[in-house]
Design a protein around this ligand. Structure first.
Ligand SMILES: Nc1ncnc2c1ncn2[C@@H]1O[C@H](COP(=O)(O)OP(=O)(O)OP(=O)(O)O)[C@@H](O)[C@H]1O
Ligand SMILES: [Mg+2]
Length: 266
C-alpha cells in the first residue's frame, strides 16, 4: 500500500508496516467500586474487522469506548499507530497523543443514532466537518452530500431525523462518522434499536464500508453478519476476554461459556 511504501530506511519501514493500528494492553476500568474491565489485551491490524460479543454487562461497550477514550481506562496502554493515548507511557515514538487527535481518527456509531433533531440529514453530516475539520460551510456541505450519496441517502439530504426511518437515521449516523475520514470505525450494536425489517439496510451499508478496507470494531448480536465480516471474533464475559479467534470462530470456539452464549442468544 502507498501509505506504507518502503522508505529510505528499510528497517524503520518494516517496523512501521508491522505496527498494529490499535493495541490495548492490560486495560482495566472501574466505575465507583465496581471493576468492569480486567486486563484487556486486544490487537487490531489495519483493515481488520473485529466483532465483540458476549452477555449484557460483560464490558463490550466499555472496551469500544476505551478505544476513543469516551471511557478512560484506569490502567493499561492504548496505542493507535504506535502512539500512546491512554494512561500508559509513550512508546518508541516518545509521543503521547491528545484526546482530540484520537477522536479525529476514530469514528463511532451508537445504538441510538444520536442525530441532532433540529438539523437536516445533510447538516448532521456537515456539522462535524465544520467543527472538527474546520471546513467552510460550502465545503462541508459538499463533502456531506458525497458521503450521503455513498450510503444511498442523497435524496433524503434535506429531511430531518424525524422524517427518516430508523434505518435511514442510522445510515446518516454512519455517514456522519465516515465523512471525517476516520482510520477505524467503532459500531456499538448499530442495529439493536431497529425494527427487524430495517436491520438489513444498515448491515448492507456496514458491509460496503467493510469492503473499502476500513478497520472496524463491531459489537453485534447479528450472528450471520458477525460470521460474514469477523476476521477476529472476541467473546467477553464479566469484564474479561474469555476467548477469541479468526474466521470460523463461531463454529469452532472451545469455551463452554462462548458456546452456551452462542446457542442461547445469537
Ligand atoms: N458510566 C457508567 N457508570 C457506571 N457503571 C457503568 C457505566 N458504564 C457501564 N457501566 C457498568 O459496566 C459494566 C459493563 O458495561 P458495558 O456497557 O460495557 O457492557 P456491555 O457488554 O456493553 O452490555 P450491553 O450488552 O448491555 O450493552 C456493567 O456492569 C455496567 O453497568
Ligand atoms: Mg453495550
Amino acid at each position: 500500500m502507498n501509505a506504507h511504501a518502503p522508505a529510505a530506511d528499510g528497517a524503520a519501514s518494516v517496523a512501521r508496516t508491522a505496527q498494529p493500528l490499535i493495541e490495548l494492553r492490560g486495560i482495566s476500568k472501574t466505575y465507583g467500586k465496581t471493576q468492569v474491565l480486567f486486563d484487556i489485551d486486544l490487537t487490531i491490524e489495519r483493515g481488520q474487522h473485529v466483532v465483540l460479543f458476549g452477555p449484557s454487562g460483560s464490558g463490550k461497550s466499555t472496551v469500544l469506548r476505551s478505544i476513543n477514550l469516551l471511557a478512560e481506562p484506569d490502567a493499561g496502554s492504548l496505542r493507535v499507530d504506535g502512539v500512546e493515548f491512554g494512561p500508559g507511557l509513550p512508546g518508541e515514538t516518545g509521543k503521547h497523543g491528545g484526546r482530540l487527535e484520537l477522536r479525529r481518527r476514530v469514528g463511532m456509531v451508537f445504538q441510538q443514532f444520536n442525530l441532532f433533531p433540529h438539523l437536516s440529514a445533510l447538516d448532521n453530516v456537515a456539522l462535524p466537518l465544520r467543527k472538527v475539520q474546520r471546513m467552510s460551510r460550502q465545503k462541508a456541505r459538499e463533502k456531506a452530500a458525497v458521503t450521503l450519496r455513498r450510503v444511498g441517502l442523497i435524496d433524503r439530504a434535506a429531511n430531518y431525523p424525524a422524517e427518516l426511518s430508523g434505518g435511514q437515521q442510522q445510515r446518516v449516523a454512519i455517514a456522519r462518522a465516515l465523512a471525517l475520514d476516520p482510520e477505524v470505525m467503532l459500531f456499538d450494536e448499530p442495529t439493536s434499536a431497529l425494527d427487524p425489517e430495517l436491520v438489513g439496510e444498515v448491515l448492507k451499508t456496514m458491509r460496503e464500508v467493510a469492503e473499502t478496507g476500513m478497520t472496524m470494531v463491531v459489537v453485534t448480536h447479528e450472528l450471520g453478519f458477525a460470521k460474514e465480516i469477523g476476521d477476529l471474533n472476541v467473546f467477553m464475559e464479566e469484564g474479561r476476554i474469555v476467548e477469541s479467534g479468526p474466521r470460523g470462530f463461531y463454529d469452532n470456539c472451545t469455551s463452554d461459556r462462548a458456546r452456551e452464549f452462542l446457542r442461547a442468544v445469537m
